[in-house]
Design a binder for this molecule. Structure first.
Ligand SMILES: Nc1ncnc2c1ncn2[C@@H]1O[C@H](COP(=O)(O)OP(=O)(O)OP(=O)(O)O)[C@@H](O)[C@H]1O
Length: 715
């Protein structure tokens, strides 16, 4: 193994330095996986360390397996004795050997989230806690937060004070812990916490593990949490610790990772050597330059500019579409154009990355129309997502009263309809040769539904019937139906933000359909229109475009990358910034940095104008488009004149505020200001009138194009 040929000088230094603890600050694409792999190989082959004394902790099982395969390929099966795994797997291994000391059997049961929910369901029933007031998911989060924060159930009671809701959660927490202990069960948090407890109570056990792992490596160190860090500190008591990470790629703060562990590492581990890997082997110079420009805007970071010896490469393209359809068209046109003109390029060279999962919808529809295969990583295709299917079933039930839709949603949210009641409804439907829904409407008394279910099913029928005869516009009717049926409340109770976003995106799809079919839009034709998308199965071919959230894309690389949905408030996310302040904004910027640095050859940044129902505001290009600078960027499409930062923080200039009631050339996507409704965006031009989307509470309004109250903000 000639490291001089395989690694650059800094990489080699990082792979071979053994004199003290080592912190490797590895920029994106600078070969950290390569360095870790060769370091392990070097320890075994050149230094003669027995593999079982080597530990490498990775962020995912996938990363552990890949690294292991690479080491075995280099050194053969002998190297498989090194332990490469996630921190949870490591804890399971330690606990299986030593948990008897804590009076647990070695074959303790590990609980996943489904097990946690089942246990809480049981506890809620026993304690008469209504899951509508405290959702299972929020209770799981509460318990986890208490445990990680060292708050015992009795302390939780004290904190709850007179608040009934908090008291109930504390009771559930107490019962949950008690049940687990009695049944020797451990949840994921316990795996870490019990290991810490074991080490704190039994120094001799800790010492044994410290002696075992003489060389410890931790990958993705920028994303370790406080408990992870505590464990790593304990374990590394007698070893040489090597941590690898990139503070600029910390993107899991919402799950407890803390950038400061890598930033302040030398305070806890004096005499640490730091090696900075700043040569990038992945991206063109242009892509690196704009990524560097962006991340330099962050204050809490370690100064490092990546460089590359690769070619300059073409400019990064920013495309702004008049609407999502235009944005999706641009992405598909570009993919097809490259496929047809560049030799050797295949669909798997392309990735479409987005900040939030709901954003995949417009791109999926367009890819299906264009017959381009795609695969969603880390989730389901948009129209296969549970809440989207449920919502469409409600619409279908309204339009067709079909039995499949009825069966799917008659008890969602729960209306006390069990298998028996459903069977009674079905039998009645067969008896009269009608649909289940009709049977319920016409023969509720004959069917013999009683109690809670009777009342709730009657409300259910009323909602559907009212919706059938409503004069509301389709998107508003869709939203009202889900509100009246209690569907949104159910998701809110579950704190399921992603599902709510998906439903608002479905509303957006209905709005787009209405705008493109102004004369013929109804739910029947909408359902027919989207039938093509709702019946899509997963493909099993290798030739597909990859679609995924940026969090999923961490560690991956693609020749051609589209970062889509780059609108202010979507990315950076309004929620993260409003909740996290400056830190939140810095994390969003790191996320954009991770996204941009996935690209090897070409990077496309896209956004669209129009109205966003999730943020309830007109869309503007993201500030990140400004922050990457203008030198290496070419703008195309219909870039908004009005810069995002000005939009957010400055009032318009006097010139912009002067109304021009002679304006005749209004276009879809133009930004306007109305004296009463405030800022808005034109979603449709209908000759003398304009449909304009304003922020809540106003929504879409149709206004006279020449009215003096209307002012133009952009061309
Ligand atoms: N010294 C080198 N010579 C040639 N290619 C290299 C060298 N170091 C790394 N590479 C290549 O650069 C690419 C990026 O390396 P790797 O995936 O290890 O980066 P990384 O630091 O883990 O990236 P990120 O943190 O962005 O996920 C890989 O294709 C790798 O083979």
């Amino acid at each position: 193994m000639n490291l001089d040929e395989l690694l650059n000088p800094k990489q080699k230094e990082a792979a071979t330095y053994l004199d003290s603890h080592l912190r490797i600050i590895a920029g994106a694409g600078s070969g950290k996986t390569r360095v870790l792999t060769y370091r392990i190989a070097y320890l075994i082959e050149e230094i003669g360390i027995e593999p079982r004394h080597i530990l490498a902790i990775t962020f995912t099982n996938k990363a552990a397996n890949e690294m292991k395969e690479r080491v075995i390929r280099l050194l053969g099966d002998y190297a498989s004795g090194a332990l490469l795994c996630t921190i949870h797997s490591l804890c399971v291994r330690i606990l299986r050997q030593n948990i008897r000391a804590l009076n647990y059997p070695n074959n303790f049961i590990i609980m996943d989230e489904e097990d946690q929910k089942s246990l809480l369901k049981k506890i809620f029933k026993e304690r008469q806690i209504d899951p509508k007031t405290i959702s299972l998911k929020s209770c799981i989060n509460y318990i986890s937060t208490c445990k990680i924060g060292g708050v015992t159930p009795s302390r939780a009671f004290e904190f709850a004070g007179d608040f009934i809701g908090e008291q109930k959660k504390a009771i559930a927490y107490q019962d949950y812990e008690q049940y687990k202990e009695e049944h020797f069960m451990l949840d994921f948090d316990d795996l870490l916490l019990k290991t810490v407890e074991l080490f704190e109570k039994y120094p001799e056990i800790l010492e044994r593990w410290q002696r075992q792992f003489q060389f410890i490596h931790v990958d993705e160190f920028q994303d370790v949490s406080e408990v992870d860090y505590k464990l790593i500190k304990y374990l590394s008591g007698q070893s040489t610790l090597c941590v690898v990470g990139d503070p600029d790629q910390t993107i899991y703060s919402f799950r407890g990772s803390d950038i400061n562990f890598i930033m302040n590492f030398e305070k806890d581990f004096p005499h640490t050597k730091t090696v900075i890997l700043d040569q990038n082997y992945r991206s063109t110079k242009t892509i690196l330059d704009i990524s560097n420009n962006l991340i330099r805007k962050n204050k809490n970071r370690m100064e490092k500019d990546l460089f590359t010896e690769l070619e300059e490469g073409p400019k990064v393209m920013h495309y702004s579409g008049v609407d999502e359809e235009a944005e999706a068209n641009f992405v598909c046109d570009t993919i097809e154009n490259i496929i047809h003109t560049v030799e050797g390029v295949n669909y798997h060279d392309f990735a479409i990355l987005y900040r939030a999962n709901y954003l995949s919808r417009a791109f999926e529809q367009k890819l299906i129309q264009r017959q381009i295969d795609y695969k969603i990583f880390g989730g389901l295709k948009f129209f296969n997502r549970k809440e989207v299917k449920d919502a469409l079933s409600y619409i279908r039930l309204m339009v067709n009263q079909d039995d499949l839709s009825f069966e799917r949603i008659v008890n969602v949210p729960a209306r006390g309809v069990g298998a028996k009641t459903l069977e009674k409804i079905q039998n009645k439907a067969i008896e009269y040769g009608i649909t289940n829904y009709e049977a319920l409407c016409l023969y509720a008394d004959e069917i013999g539904i009683s109690g809670k279910a009777k009342k709730q099913l009657s409300q259910f029928v009323t909602c559907i019937e009212n919706a059938k005869h409503s004069s509301l516009a389709l998107p508003d009717l869709f939203e009202k139906l889900l509100i009246d049926l209690g569907y949104f409340d159910m998701l809110r109770n579950d704190q399921d933000e992603n599902r709510i976003q998906n439903l608002m995106e479905l509303k957006n799809s209905i709005t787009n359909y209405m705008n493109t079919h102004p004369d013929s839009a109804n739910f029947e034709s909408y359902l027919q229109d989207i039938a093509l998308y709702t019946s899509q199965d997963d493909i099993f071919d290798d030739e597909y475009v990859s679609l995924m959230s940026i969090h999923m894309a961490k560690g991956l690389e693609f020749n051609y990358v589209f970062v889509v949905g780059l609108s202010e408030d979507i990315f950076p996310s309004f929620r993260s910034v409003s909740e996290g302040g400056d830190d939140g904004m810095e994390e969003e910027r790191r996320l954009a940095y991770v996204a941009f640095t996935r690209a090897k050859k070409r990077l496309y940044l896209t956004d669209s104008q129009g109205f966003n129902f999730i943020t309830n505001s007109p869309k503007m290009s993201s500030r990140f488009i400004d922050e990457i600078g203008s030198d290496h960027v070419e703008h195309a499409g219909n870039p908004s004149q009005f810069k995002s930062r000005e939009y957010l923080h400055l009032t318009p200039s006097v010139d912009e505020m002067i109304g021009d009631n002679e304006i005749t050339d209004w276009k879809q996507g133009d930004l306007v200001e109305h004296d009463t409704f405030g800022k808005g965006v034109i979603v449709k031009v209908n000759g003398k009138t304009l449909d304009i989307a304003f922020s809540v509470p106003y929504g879409i309004k149709t206004l006279m194009a020449h009215h003096k109250a209307l002012h133009r903000l952009s061309n």
